[in-house]
Design a binder for this molecule. Structure first.
Ligand code: PTT
Ligand code: SF4
Length: 611
């Protein structure tokens, strides 16, 4: 096989056992890699109903056939498992040298199962795999732990690490790398922590075998030049995703005061231009020539790497209009290894609960020192932090008082930074995202605000599906960064071409974004449904209640909110197009058409399937 190593590394921490599983071309072609491999393994190997924080869960680190070989922006990895936040399928995507070294060590994926009897880390150098003691790094921040591991194993390594949030099983703890790359906002850091696994260090010295190295090299050279020739390249290099603050404000979708509003009075103080005034350098993922990590000096004179989501959720959403202070919160989140989106949502939830008299010893809107202290309480599970470490869904169940209306999540995962009172297509994207409310799969909002914005039209469903197929299907299986395409217009045709020179196999764009992507989506949906059995209902795909019940009170869309009946119609069209029934469950005929016949048999043990 070319392009794929054909090997999955397996580590059982309970048994201290390491093994290698080989796979053949049929598995590779059916699921491609990344999210495709992850969901297939989780579907086959996890019993429904297991506690995601128990040794029975599995942590998967999965690459794809483009990962880590020469090629633009492909130093990315998928981390996946059953999510402690949603109890459904969870994954995340992060850029790290670990992606390159995993592949160079001769593997396409790593599956970690069981639980170590004491804090440990994994060292993988080609075929030598050791489970080592984490004495001296357990309890440390992600930055310190990574730096200590580099002292031991050298700089030419790729390291995935958790911080105290993961160790303390905060349900939205992330996995971090390179002081600013963070992934697995569905709580993959907590899954790692539950296994007493502090870090995974990869060092690979081999080359991934390519089918046509000469033409691959040529193609890669051309593709890098193409990216640099794009019109928006220079501005991207300046602001990266931070340009979205200004855009969101202009379009009334900037999450403000716990998603009550879409505009923030002090947006100019936290936008891309404010960031440029503080920026000292750029960082980013391996193999990328459009590095988007904006490194600034924060109010405590430390470096902090900013992205749109982080700044919106820790800025406008908590009423904090000071970028230096927002940057401190962002850097602390990276050090502790906690997701900025869920953190921002939980802080805002606590601020609103305080305002409404539901939380004792609470916190006021925009209180920077209070936010720092509460973040630490969340990380170490102290006081109110103990409630908020569980995420807003569980916190609202505990606090009551109608707080479930303004607990902003879908399926338990806090919503990323787009207010959807007045963008129903984006609300559908959050509702139907395969991991809970995340924009990764279908960021339709930029298209939506330029069309019949307030309408509930079929073309919105079609756009969600198109984007889910490209973004959540193709990019998450290949695995490569989607930003060259979505931000600069790097054409999708490059990917099947690079796949051909890497693997020797002719897989068309159509196959990638239709057949493979739809297979992966239906399998992820089957995973969720199996967890819930007959209790599964279409309500799982509803966005937060606030967007239906409480209109925005500011900006050009004042008075705007979502309409439940019309949203339901969108959902109906969506299910039809996916070949799922009115409950949102894949039909037998759909599973069979997608070559998932074995899933039909298993799923029908838990829920009645429509023909
Ligand atoms: C992603 C989510 C995002 S999406 C952001 S900012 W974004 C937040 N980043 C966090 C962070 O930083 N620190 C932290 N402690 N928590 C954070 N939580 C949030 O996590 C990131 C980029 C970005 S920046 C985006 S959009 C793109 N995402 C991609 C994706 O999902 N798939 C893909 N094939 N390519 C992508 N390219 C872009 O990568 P999750 P990174 Mg991230 C510091 O992890 O769980 O997927 O959630 O990976 O290497 O940092 O790159 O405006
Ligand atoms: Fe990483 Fe940004 Fe480059 Fe994508 S564009 S590979 S997120 S640095």
């Amino acid at each position: 096989m070319h392009g794929w190593n054909g090997r999955i590394l397996r580590v059982d921490l309970s048994e201290s056992k390491v093994s290698i599983q080989r796979f053949e071309a049929d598995f590779a072609l059916k699921f491609i890699g990344g999210r495709g491999f992850a969901v297939k393994i989780l579907w086959d190997e996890l019993k429904p109903g297991i506690d995601p924080l128990s040794p029975l869960n599995k942590l998967i680190v999965a690459a794809g056939p483009l990962t880590g070989i020469p090629g633009p922006s492909n130093g990315k990895l998928v981390v996946a498992g059953k999510s402690p936040l949603t109890s459904g399928y969870g994954d995340g995507n992060l850029g790290s040298l670990a992606a390159v070294h995993l592949r160079k060590a001769g593997y396409d994926a790593l599956v970690v199962e069981g639980k170590a009897d004491k804090p440990s880390y994994l060292y993988v150098e080609d075929d030598d795999v050791s489970i080592l003691s984490a004495d001296g790094i357990w309890g440390e921040t992600t930055f310190k732990a990574e730096s200590k591991l580099k002292e031991v194993h050298g700089r030419n390594t790729g390291i995935l690490v958790i911080g105290p949030a993961g160790e303390n099983l905060v349900r939205y703890a992330t996995i971090t790398s390179q002081e600013g790359r963070a992934g697995g906002r569905t709580g993959m850091g907590a899954v790692m922590g539950s296994k007493k696994l502090k870090a995974i260090v990869f060092k690979g010295t081999k080359e991934v075998p390519l089918a046509d190295p000469e033409n691959h090299k040529k193609l890669v050279k051309e593709s890098y030049s193409d990216i640099e020739s794009k019109e928006n390249y220079t501005f991207w290099i300046r602001q990266g995703t931070m340009a979205t603050i200004e855009w969101s404000q202009e379009n009334s979708v900037l999450p403000t005061f716990n998603f009550r509003e879409g505009v923030f009075e002090f947006s100019r103080r936290i936008d891309g231009y404010a960031m440029e005034a503080m920026k000292i350098k750029r960082r980013g993922c391996p193999n990328c020539n459009m590095l988007c990590g904006n490194v600034v000096i924060d109010s405590e004179r430390r470096e902090s790497e900013l992205d749109y989501e982080n700044v919106a959720m820790l800025g406008s959403n908590i009423g904090l209009g000071h970028l230096g202070k927002v940057s401190v919160l962002n850097r602390m989140a990276d050090e502790y290894g906690i997701d900025t989106i869920s953190l921002g949502s939980n802080l805002a939830f606590a601020m609103e609960a305080t305002e409404k008299g539901l939380l004792k010893d609470g916190i006021e809107w925009g209180d920077f020192e209070g936010a720092k202290a509460l973040m630490e309480d969340i990380v170490y599970r102290r006081g109110n932090g103990e409630i908020l470490a569980e995420g807003v869904k569980r916190a609202s169940e505990k606090l009551g008082g109608g707080s479930e209306t303004w607990a902003i999540h879908v399926k338990g995962l806090e919503v990323s930074a787009y207010d959807c009172h007045t963008v129903p297509g984006m609300a559908l994207s959050f509702g139907t995202s395969p991991i809970g409310a995340h924009h990764k799969d279908a960021w339709v909002i930029a298209w939506e605000v330029k069309t019949d914005r307030l309408g509930y039209t079929k073309d919105k469903v079609d756009k969600v599906l198109e984007f889910q197929r490209i973004r959540g299907g193709m990019f998450e299986t290949l695995v490569a960064c989607r930003l060259p395409w979505i931000e600069l217009g790097f054409e999708l045709d490059w990917y099947p071409k690079m796949l051909k020179t890497a693997t020797g196999v002719d897989i068309t764009l159509n196959e990638l974004i239709n057949t493979v992507a739809d297979r992966v989506y239906s399998l992820i949906r089957a995973f969720w449904v199996r967890e819930h059995g007959e209790k599964w209902s279409r309500e799982m795909d509803y966005p937060p209640t606030r967007w239906f019940k409480e209109p925005v009170t500011k900006g050009p869309f004042k008075g705007g909110k979502l309409d439940m009946e019309k949203y339901d119609k969108l959902l109906e069209i969506y299910y039809n197009e996916r070949g799922w029934d009115e409950r949102g469950i894949p039909r037998q005929s759909t599973l069979n058409k997608l070559n998932l016949g074995e899933v039909t048999n298993e799923l029908s043990k838990y829920v009645s399937l429509s023909p």
